[in-house]
Design a protein around this ligand. Structure first.
Ligand SMILES: Nc1ncnc2c1ncn2[C@@H]1O[C@H](COP(=O)(O)OP(=O)(O)OP(=O)(O)O)[C@@H](O)[C@H]1O
Ligand SMILES: [Mg+2]
Length: 346
């Protein structure tokens, strides 16, 4: 029981553009037990919309899903999609914690793109700067107040008690990256609308990008290139992926340009990362999200960059009965954000 925060139980909520997902864990030790989980499809328009009617639909869907999954608490930790968060790493003078906090408040305006008065700012000290040993690296993130307030309204009106908002990118790192990994790891969450890319060193994000390419763009490209409808295109894409020798390479040819847009952004990020941290070498890419399971996609990325690419396991830090293994692994790539939120220390 977490007496300090007064919150003993809560669940993680990922409002994705294609589905909402919830996870509740149980127990107090280092490894918690998976207690409840579930997902329900939502239309992208509803999940992303700021309109009152859509927010109400979304709230109803969340209430319904909690009931169905048997969630036992109203306390919830909620993910913030990466296109609503601005994250950056800045070098600052070495100062005491309280002086640093003051300096960040004072200087934040020059680091973030949105007006300070309209933004909620968070920061974390990462360690010494790789560029200048007299300075420290600080991870800064900012979120638009209006966005947070409207999500808060929606959830409170539905009877929930929001204990935390956290960027999806931080949650996904918690669930799928081994905390003991000292070498840089890249997380790639290939979602429906967009993909998140995060480079993690010693458990902390050093670089984070949202790339506006995901499974929807890949399917659209397959529809156009193959001349079939969306349902068929989806079948083809998830059956053949970026394999050149299946179906005479027709699926490959139809989608490779879109996949390469994503790959080009990965390349830029690797270059940027290596420019800032020349002594570190990216060890592996851990892929998750719906489109991470495109056949041969991990291999394609691995060959491009000469790094290991593996599919992340959203449940790596939680225990569950062996009888659930197959079911859970088959949905693992959709649950990394929700599970990471549920793994928060309340
Ligand atoms: N085998 C499959 N067959 C059909 N579609 C699939 C398959 N696997 C994944 N998908 C697609 O994956 C997408 C969902 O991916 P994901 O769970 O990462 O999205 P999301 O989190 O809702 O999106 P975002 O992170 O962009 O908000 C859906 O559009 C779904 O159609
Ligand atoms: Mg997602």
């Amino acid at each position: 029981m977490d007496i300090l925060s007064g919150v003993s139980e809560f669940f993680g909520l990922d409002i994705g553009t294609s589905s909402i997902r919830i996870v509740q864990l149980r127990g107090t030790g280092a490894v918690k037990t998976l207690d409840r989980y579930g997902s329900a499809p939502v239309a992208g328009a509803v999940a992303m919309s700021d309109s009152k009617a859509d927010q109400q639909k979304l709230a109803q869907a969340i209430v319904q899903l909690c009931k169905q999954a048997g969630i036992t608490t109203k306390n919830v930790a909620v993910g913030i999609p990466s296109n609503r968060v601005f994250t950056t790493v800045v070098d600052m003078e070495k100062l005491s914690q309280s002086e640093l906090a003051k300096t960040i408040r004072y200087q934040a305006d020059s680091f973030i793109p949105t007006p300070l008065a309209e933004s909620k700012i968070d920061w974390a000290l990462l360690g010494d700067s790789p560029k200048d040993p007299t300075k420290v690296e600080v991870l800064l993130s900012s979120v638009n107040n209006t966005y947070i307030e409207s999500r808060l309204d929606m959830l409170e009106n539905a009877g929930f008690n929001v204990i935390a908002f956290e960027p999806d990118t931080f949650a996904v790192v918690r669930s799928i990256v081994a905390p003991e990994a000292a070498a840089p790891q890249m997380v790639l969450d290939v979602g429906a609308r967009s993909s998140d890319l995060i480079v993690v060193v010693n458990g902390a994000p050093r670089l984070s990008r949202s790339i506006p390419v995901g499974s929807e763009a890949i399917i659209r490209s397959a529809v156009a290139g193959l001349g079939v409808d969306a349902a068929q295109a989806t079948q083809f894409v998830y059956k053949f992926g970026v394999s050149r020798d299946k179906l005479e390479g027709r699926v490959y040819n139809a989608i490779i340009n879109v996949v390469d847009n994503l790959v080009a952004e990965i390349e830029k990020s690797i270059k940027f990362f290596q420019g800032r941290y020349p002594s570190l070498k990216l060890e592996r890419v851990i892929a998750t999200g719906g489109a991470s399971t495109l056949p041969e996609f991990p291999l394609y990325v691995a060959n491009k960059f000469g790094v290991n690419v593996e599919i992340g396991n959203a449940w790596r830090n939680v225990s569950f009965p062996a009888s659930r293994q197959n079911e859970l692994l088959s949905i693992s790539n959709h649950f990394a954000v929700a599970c990471g939120l549920a793994e928060r220390k309340a």
